[in-house]
Structure formats: C-alpha cells, structure tokens
Design a protein around this ligand. Sequence first.
Ligand SMILES: [Zn+2]
Length: 157
Amino acid sequence: MPEPYASGGRPPAPCGRRFDEELLSGYLDGALTQGERQRVRLHLEDCPACRAELAEMTDLREAAMTTRFTVPADDQWNEAPRGAASRLSRGAGWLLVVVWIVAVAGFALWELATGPASLVEKLLVFAGLSGAALLLVSVLVDRLRTWPVDRYRRVPK
Ligand SMILES: [Zn+2]
C-alpha cells in the first residue's frame, strides 16, 4: 500500500519523495517533529536531487542572512562630511573651485573683451560661461540648503 502524501495530496516530486517541500525547509529550520525529521533524513540519504535542493535552500538562506548583516550602519549611508576637519576641507575645496572658476572666467572674459574675437565668438563664450556659472550657483544653493539638514538626517530606516 502506498504511503500517503504528507499534506495536501500533491503529487510526489520527480525523485519520488513522499513529502512536501515545506518539510525540506522545515528540516532546514529545525522546525520538524522527530518523526518528520527522521523521514526527511532517510530520504536525503539516498536522493541527490533533494540534497541539492536542500543545499540550494541553505545557500539562499545564507545569502539572505549575509545581505542583512552587510547593510551599512545608518551613518555610513550619509555622504555628508562627518567631523569638523572633513567639513572644513570640503568647504575649502568648494571655495577653491569657486575662486578658480571665477578667475578663469574673468580672465577669459577680459581676453575676449580686449582681444580680436568676433562678436559671434564673444557671444558663444559668454553664453557658455554664463551657463557654467548658473550651474555652479544652483549646485552651491543645493549644497547650502542640504548642509544644515544633513545633521538631522540620521533617522532609522
Ligand atoms: Zn528526493
């Protein structure tokens, strides 16, 4: 007489095992009764397919655990400089960039105004510089707006 299916009357797996997949994952979790455990273990002993399936489940579970454990701490998400030194050097970096761009732009405009360039060339360069300046200003405004917020952004996710 054939053994009844463990639950739900589902057909057995291709390998002929007579219990549901839930029993395999239960086996993995150690959530089975002694009888179920014994039954799964006996089948695993002579079924490479189910051993492979169990190994795959184990891998998936370990991957999930690892992923959970390698999530960075909250303050590591924050790109804003921590500590006065990095805040200061980043501020100085921005200042240097601004000074450099203003100097280069001023020099280019001076050259352009006093040089032999045609009106079209002057317009092209002026338009480009104005665009760059506008972009820079918008970036700066963004920075200034987010700087004070950064300090309060460490809200648990
Ligand atoms: Zn099997």
